[in-house]
Structure formats: C-alpha cells, structure tokens
Design a protein around this ligand. Sequence first.
Ligand code: URA
Length: 267
Amino acid sequence: MARERLQKVIASAGVASRRECEELILTGVVRVNGRVVDSLPAFVDPQTDAISVDGKRLKPPQRVYFALNKPKGVICTNRDPEGRKVAVDLVRCPQRIFCIGRLDADTTGLIVLTNDAELANHLTHPRYKVPKTYIATVKGRLDAEAVQRLKRGIWLAEGKTGKATVKVLKAGNQESSVEITISQGLNRQVRRMLANVGVPVKSLKRTSIGKLKLQDLAVGRYRPLTKAEVAALQAAPTATQTQSGRARTKPPGSNGRRRDGRKTDAS
Ligand code: URA
C-alpha cells in the first residue's frame, strides 16, 4: 500500500488536527516501529507500521471493502496526470483506498476498492488464479471454431493464455455477445483475445471476480462488501489448488518441463 504522511495518519486516528499532529511529531513523542520520528516529512504504512503517540499505540485503520460498477472513462489508478476521473473519487470513504487490479478506461463493471494490501496481492498476484468473468459485445459473428480457440488459449505476445470458459450469449452477423471467464490479468487480455479470433470488442463489462458478483449495481454506484463476500475473496483459489489458467510461455511442442526437470504448472 502507498505510504502516507505521518501527521495525516495520526490525525485520522482522532489524536488531534493535522496541524497539531505535526507539532506533536516535532516534540519527539511519536514513535514508528519503536523509533522516535521527530522531523518531517515522514511517511508510514498505517496498516503495517506500529505508530505510537506518548507511548500509546494507534490502532491500524479499519479495513474497508467496496464493490464499484466502474463507468466508462474512469481509470483505476489513484491519480491521473491527464486529469481523468479516477475510480477512488466515486467512493466516499475516510480511509485511503485503492483499486484491486485494473479495468481499462473503456471497460465498465466490477472493481473492488479497499485499503487491504494483503487481499489486493492475493487477488492480483499471478500465482493466485482468481477467475474473472466479462461480458463482451463484439463486432461480427463468433463462430464455433473461434469459441474453441478462445477456450483452449490464444497466443499473445506474453505467451499462450490459459484455458477460458466461453459462452456465446447472442450470435448475429453484425454483432454478438459473449461471456468469457479467464484466470489471468494480462493487459487488455479479453480485448486482445477476441480481436485475435477476428471479433473486435465494442464494449466490455466485468461481471464477477471469484465468487463476488456485480449483480444489479448500477453504473457509477458502489456498495460495501459483506463479511461473507470478503471472506470468499480471501479464500479464492490459489495456484496450488488450481492447475490451469496461466499464460504458457513456451510455444507448442515444448515438453512442459522446467530446466530442472520438474513439471511446470502450465503443462
Ligand atoms: N480485459 C480487457 O481487455 N480489459 C479489461 O479492462 C479487463 C480485461
């Protein structure tokens, strides 16, 4: 998680105003991980650093979790140098939060915002293959062969994508729609996979992350996650529990073994 100014973290814990907390720091009564910090600027991670004022330990901020239906044109970084709207600004929350993973600016749908760096790592680390489902509207017809290719995996610049679950929801000559579930997070992966089989994406929406569903949350709206939803995300399958879904980095014909002779989990 990004580090924050020490005086802001102390003030958010209700000790005093930000200005007063600056003065407290300068008087030498603030310790971070046991060491006195008496000069500014000073930065801390409020979740992991032990901060005390006058010997009294501050409680780490409460962990918060939200599901947002991200609108088009909104980006998932906490600040945009180009001045575009950012997802964190759509969620009213006194804690400093961030998006877990990213959706493209043009993609709508489910994104989780939190201050829990551990959960963020769990859901985005390539080791943890958390399935994510998208509905895409594409140009043209998605035929049976294209569906089979998507299911088996598509060769992209990074390697072969893992197995996908694919369900055609509507097939038309001009436009089709398809539900696709992948367990990786390559940049613009769904768009590139669909373009690769000849059906460029017109619109893309994420509808689930693991067991968490977007349901009927309106575009631009958010809601706190329930305890059960957070627990389900924390328990999302890990690499040792799921053996498919990673981009293969060797072309077809390789024996799926590492140089040390052990099998890779992509084979
Ligand atoms: N795949 C994409 O192409 N875009 C997203 O935003 C997410 C997955």
